[in-house]
Design a protein around this ligand. Sequence first.
Ligand code: 4AD
Ligand code: MG
Length: 582
Amino acid sequence: MLSLRPPFILKLPNLVPKMSLSDQMAAASISTSASALKHAFSDRVPIRSILCLPDGGASLSGQRVRVGGWVKTGRKQGSGSFAFLEVSDGTCPANLQVIVDASVADLGSLVQTGTCVQLEGTLKEPPEGTKQKIELRVEEVVHVGPVDPAKYPLPKTKLTLEFLRDVVHLRPKTNTISAIARIRNALAYATHTFFQNHGFLYIHTPIITTSDCEGAGEMFQVTTLISEADKLEKELVKNPPPSESEVEAARLVVKEKGEAVAQLKAAKASQTDITEAVAVLSKAKESLSKLEERFKLKPGIPQKDGKIDYGVDFFARQAFLTVSGQLQVETFACAVSTVYTFGPTFRAENSHTSRHLAEFWMVEPEIAFADLKDDMNCAEAYVKFLCKWLLDNCFDDMEFMAKNCDKGCIDRLRMVASTPFERVSYTEAVDILIEAVKGGKQFENKVEWGIDLASEHERFLTEVKYQKPVIVYNYPKGIKAFYMRLNDDNKTVAAMDVLVPKVGELIGGSQREERYENIRDRILEMGLPTEPYEWYLDLRRYGTVKHSGFGLGFERMILFATGMDNIRDVIPFPRYPGRADL
Ligand code: 4AD
Ligand code: MG
């Protein structure tokens, strides 16, 4: 099909994030032959690699290409003699304009929104005065995946994000959700790049755990007891257990067959007769044991001493979905020094806010030989790196978000990437809030030393008082987790939260309590059982080390970067109370 051979493998702009976008485009324009732009593993040229060239694709004019995507809008023109299609393959926010002649294909099915098309044709510069720099004149329609417009749930009209949550399987086809997917991907890439560049080892911590990291009891339980009980209940209905008299009868049979064997032996019967009788006895014993086993089966969850018997559960103990990989990643920090984990975490809190999910992703670095100040420095450098990365590698998607969602989002990224974060102690923060109340500011939650800062307080500090990210540190020990290092005042712990505009708390972290007695006392003081934490205490018993870390809520970072309002729209498959589609 393509006569040109690629002179070299051209890297697509979005796939080489280490280069700035402009560098990538410059590289791409060295050789803008369409054959070089073909995707390595699929039969089409990604639309991004046409439209994201520095000249908008104009230099590809005259080239023959095959593209694939989905029709955003289509309209017949010239009394039905040709059609314009806007085609997106989700590789960039822009659509490729396509012109199809009625002589090439049935236009009626092509113009429907949502139709999948794979098209081959020649790229041409459109007439002067149109906003496109390049368009495709179709010569062959290779594939059509039709859509019945009467049934398609995503018509052309603008749909609300709330509506889209009801069609979570189709919403990636919308401009907003696909832009967020690309931004999310870029932030994940940036996260690994940042930590890898700084020598952190990526550790995969478990999803299923037997320890409650935050000690807050907000864990989802992992058990097979319920499904096993359900299965058994159904089985017992189909195949009822034996009655006591049936078991008794089977015992009698065993007794009789046993006696028969004894009699044969006493009568010195032939070996063949004895062997036969023994075989009959074994059969009777086997069927008795089966009956006895089934007789013991009781419907419902197994109990022992009046409590659920987790000893017979899948892991032979109670198990949960993790709320944080921190405790486990600490085991590696205390051995290989500088590590991070990045994975899904789960919280069974019944929060119906726009900032909480029941399943969310967390990035958790853990650094040995590091104190709270090192931790804050790392958090600040990481957030700045993420902001700069989006500006350098995802600018077209950020422009889309600025136009359609939050016009300040690009300026906010620039501000965060270049401005030092404010750092205030919790005590100072509370004083500031108290002053604000005196000055007439009204909060729903009362401000006094010792409270857990509410979202409204956090947002006041970062949005009104400082208008930039703020790190609040040294929180009262009473409101923080057991593993945070006690300060010399005996009242506060070496904790820190990074607060950012639009979101409030983006990061929570601390220096960890590395002193054995202190941490053991804290566990007891908080009424937690020590047994599940013995392994964690071992890290303090054997070669303890000063260490610190934090957790960044990945979806909160996306909210902050894009200006989206609801966390349910920045994760592909949101899980929250009452909802877990797909
Ligand atoms: O402050 P958190 O609870 O800290 C921890 O879990 C520590 N073990 C982390 C560590 O030190 N390694 O949670 C960390 C961050 C929060 O700052 C917030 O951004 C996010 O996780 N987060 C949530 N995001 C979405 N939905 C929820 N329900 C969240 N809960 C916390
Ligand atoms: Mg927190």
